[in-house]
Design a protein around this ligand. Structure first.
Ligand SMILES: *Cc1c(COP(=O)(O)O)cnc(C)c1O
Length: 375
């Protein structure tokens, strides 16, 4: 019997997506605007209790790029950025001619450390380089320490970009992620908790910021019968066809979060007794969508032997994100680190976590991990 490959996180359609895509075709709204874009934005807004305005964009990366620009980041500026993340959190800082300063994680949520963040701010201020913004990330769906980061942001007057690319459906004190920063962002890339095949959104409490984001995302065209531009714009708006997929996906978001959390609970229940395997628990008040279930092993070698054993059985797993301050491309950037994220990178592994996994898939993964870990 041949077994099918188990993916880390693959797209999972709900059923109505094709209907909305067909609507776009039938009405010939095969364009970067149209009714699906409005419906999709409205569904995101109501999911966040209408606490924010959403602008649907072509990617999460583009949303961060626009967000930084709207916060005034420009050439020669410094931006504080969580080091333990995907490169897309940091790349847009460079697009704007600014430089990232990387901040290590704490071990409670694996996200940006409030202590190191404040240390970095004081250091940069004393060097006459007050940072322009903070990019904080809810990695793997676990919210960062919202209150501590907000407090530092307020104390020094430095706004936060809340990178919620992996955290649609996560909550802090029963408030959904995406509404805690000056500007929040989501990603709907193919491997995220819901997908539009590729896409993103910018979130803001301030309606005029949304309007500015949409303006920049549509080539910054001025109001005039001809094409007139007073600013450099981008082509970052989400297409009406893809927004149709998003519209359908938002109808099943609660199921998707429940399924990801079910996977986590299954792994926890079946692996937590084993020496040398740990999980990141939710601190009080934190609710993770458990986008990816991660385990922390007791050594690099153990992590690698589990990863390779899974790979042999055609099961995809992946080391945790390699911190940005260890990336060749960012080698020259300043960083404030204490080894936390480097250690997580060395010992951690993301397990298959798709919302479309079957019970037997979970059993296959667990049995292989057990075999290696107990050997
Ligand atoms: C996926 C991701 C992004 C980028 O989103 P795209 O839609 O792929 O551009 C940004 N930050 C984090 C943490 C991500 O995981």
């Amino acid at each position: 019997m041949t077994k099918t490959r188990i993916w880390l996180s693959s797209p999972h359609m709900g059923g109505t997506e094709q209907l909305y895509v067909k609507e776009a075709f039938d009405s010939n709204w095969v364009a970067p605007l149209g009714p699906n874009v409005n419906f999709f934005e409205n569904s995101l807004e109501s999911y966040l209790n209408n606490n924010v305005h959403a602008a649907a964009l072509s990617s999460g990366t583009g949303a961060i790029h626009l967000g930084l620009q709207l916060l005034g980041v420009g050439k020669g500026d410094e931006v504080l950025c969580q080091s333990f993340t995907f490169s897309a959190s940091a790349n847009p800082i460079n697009y704007l001619g600014a430089t990232p300063v990387f901040i290590d994680s704490e071990s409670k949520t694996w996200n940006i450390s409030p202590e190191l963040l404040e240390k970095a701010i004081l250091d940069r201020i004393s060097n006459g380089k007050k940072p322009k913004a903070i990019v904080a990330v809810h990695l793997y769906g676990m919210p960062y320490q919202i209150e501590e980061i907000q407090e530092i942001s307020k104390k020094y007057g430095i706004p936060v970009i809340e990178d919620s690319a992996e955290a649609l459906g996560s909550e802090y004190k029963e408030m959904k992620c995406g509404q805690f920063g000056e500007i929040g962002i989501f990603s709907f890339n193919g491997n995220k908790i819901i997908t539009t095949s590729g896409g993103g959104a910018l979130l803001t409490k301030n309606e005029s910021i949304k309007q500015k984001a949409v303006h920049l995302a549509t080539q910054a065209r001025d109001k005039a019968p001809h094409y007139q531009h007073s600013k450099i714009g981008y082509n970052y708006r989400m297409s009406n066809v893809l927004a149709g997929i998003g519209r359908g996906q938002m109808e099943v978001i609660d199921d998707r979060v429940a399924a990801r959390r079910f996977n986590f609970d299954y792994y926890l229940k079946n692996l937590s007794g084993i020496a040398g395997i740990e999980f990141l628990e939710e601190p009080e008040g934190f609710y993770s969508n458990r986008w990816l279930t991660c385990i922390l092993t007791d050594s690099f070698d153990k992590r690698e032997s589990i990863r390779l054993a899974l790979d042999q059985e055609d099961i995809e797993s992946r080391p945790l994100w390699k911190p940005m301050h260890l990336q060749p491309v960012f080698a020259s950037c300043l960083h404030f680190s204490d080894g936390t994220s480097e250690d997580l990178f060395n010992r951690g592994l993301c397990l298959p976590s798709g919302s479309n996994m079957e019970q037997e898939d979970l059993e296959r993964v667990v049995s292989i991990i057990k075999k290696v870990a107990l050997a």
